[in-house]
Design a protein around this ligand. Sequence first.
Ligand code: APR
Length: 181
Amino acid sequence: MDLRPHLIAERHGVRHEILVGDITKLAVDVIVNAPNTSLLGGGGVDGAIHRAAGPELLEECRRLGGCPTGSAKMTKGYRLPAKWVIHTVGPVWRGGTHGEERLLAGCYRTCLDLALRSGIRSVAFPSISTGAYRFPVERASRIAVEVIRAHLDQNPLPESVLVVCFDAATYETYARLLQET
Ligand code: APR
């Protein structure tokens, strides 16, 4: 399978890409986490980010008082190579009739707007909600790519946006979408 990065968009000579990898290893300004509303840790990418960042991340999260679905809060990155973490709570998939698509689009949009306001230059997203929250990857990938492209068309920051897929199946779904659009 072709695991080379696939292009989401190219703006002013900068390639915004989908790639396979472990988001906790990326030395970007911000990595986005997919926690639950408590922000007090969990499994999946949330667990991986807390393990890599160390206990100070949880201590800071404790002081944030949680985060509603579709919203986002920013913390330091501590022992991560990334400087900061934006925590955004994705929707649990309940069949698609409970505003899940609107809420997921809101996660990407809120993170990008927060990055813009904070002068962030590089952001890496995981595939939000498509693990434990069971959001169908094909629908989620369309939403992610659509919101990222729209933001890049209207805003100078972030200068670089990556979507990091942890497994080949997720990556293939994103790559197939990008070949179609
Ligand atoms: N790097 C990049 N992506 C990762 C990593 C990693 N190190 N680890 C997992 N992922 C991927 C998963 O494979 C999936 O494609 O992140 C995507 C999101 O999956 P989850 O982490 O399960 O997140 P989500 O579906 O949004 O569910 C959130 O799970 O861990 C709990 O506390 C969390 O309750 C919250 C829920």
